[in-house]
Design a protein around this ligand. Sequence first.
Ligand code: Q46
Ligand code: ZN
Length: 313
Amino acid sequence: MVVCSKCNRNRAVIKLRSKGIYLCERCFKEYFMDKVMLALRRAGVLNSLRGKKVLVATSGGKDSLNALYVMHTLSEDYDVDVKAVLINEGIRGYRELTIQAFMKFCNALKVKSKVVSIENEYKFSIDYVARAYLSGLINYKPCTVCGVLKRHLVNRIAVEEEADYVVTGHNMDDEVQTFLINIVRGTVKNLAREGILTGGVLGFVPRLKPLYYVTDKESLTFFLVNKFETPIVECPYASLSLRYHIRLFLNELEYKSPGTKERLLELKDKFRASLSKLTETVQLKRCIICGQPTTREICRACEIVLQVRKITD
Ligand code: Q46
Ligand code: ZN
């Protein structure tokens, strides 16, 4: 039996390769929550969390359900009003399964929840977008449309719910992937955009990522040791995105050189700190179609919707 390197007593449930240590269930849960608290402290929200309204945007997957669980746990100490929303993209054979897991999870925690459908809101599904993309009718990849529309919809719902924060389940792996995607695409300005806490200007409800310092492996372990349940399914369109290939590349690097992801996250945060001083503050205005904040006349979501509707009409 491998014993926990911290308490030297209990059976280990995880090996942290970058640190060369093993942790048992109890010590790992503490370690996990310490990372969550560190993220909230660094975001500067911990002292002002009391009495706030939080909307947790979940996919029914392990990360966002973990995020929902930690916010629910904190809600008792900090008197936070927690609600959850899931956006149904209309991806058959995938999303139905996680919706069930999401509803079950919310019921068990007694958290108010709702499911909002992209098809009802925009009159087309992501399955439709994927078919159109694969047959060459549009240039937008399904993940581009899906990501932009989900953010658009979640922000609108958060405004309607008068939420102070939108909480998401983005973990360290997601953050490092985004960092590399921006480098590969040369979108330097975006390097300074994503942090533990972003937004909060002119109608953008601040987005908070409590799992910012938690790796994907740690998130999975936390989910399993808590005996949470969700089907292990992957979106059929994930492999069409650049993120998918960056993820595989990063996992290989991490395997060969443990700690790569942590080092890249540190590098990203350094870039972010210096870039945010250099990038001039953009002027936001309201989209002339939907009224949501944007730097242009028509926001990216409305632009995409107009393009897709051209082929549906
Ligand atoms: S659901 Fe949507 Fe993800 Fe599927 S189409 Fe891409 S973005 S991979 S979170
Ligand atoms: Zn718009």
